[in-house]
Design a protein. Structure first.
Length: 102
């Protein structure tokens, strides 16, 4: 029973955070993202599965608390893609010299 109260305590703490964000900017849609290592991720996921039903996949899950979405992602789940740099073809001396002449 104590573990269940602790899980609800964590949920209450998260509810306080989401409420504070909603009071800070009331006319907005807020999303909170936590990036966790695998140990913490599994611990938090098991806590929330017992008290609420999160939408989840293998690498992330989210909980909606009063219209604020709280997303927990596994470390290194999101890696922004670096833009592809296209190299210009190298031109020879004479092609560079006469490229503007038609």
């Amino acid at each position: 029973m104590e573990e269940n109260n602790e899980n609800l305590g964590n949920l209450n703490k998260l509810a306080l955070i989401t409420d504070a964000i909603d009071n800070f900017i009331p006319n907005s849609k807020a999303i909170i993202v936590f990036e966790l290592n695998s140990e913490e991720y599994n611990k938090i996921k098991s806590e929330f599965i017992g008290s609420v039903t999160p939408a989840h996949t293998n690498n992330k899950f989210s909980v909606d608390i009063s219209g604020t979405e709280v997303v927990f992602i596994l470390e290194d789940f999101y890696k922004p893609q670096e833009p592809e740099i296209k190299e210009k073809p190298k031109l020879g001396f004479f092609k560079r010299l006469f490229r503007f002449k038609k």
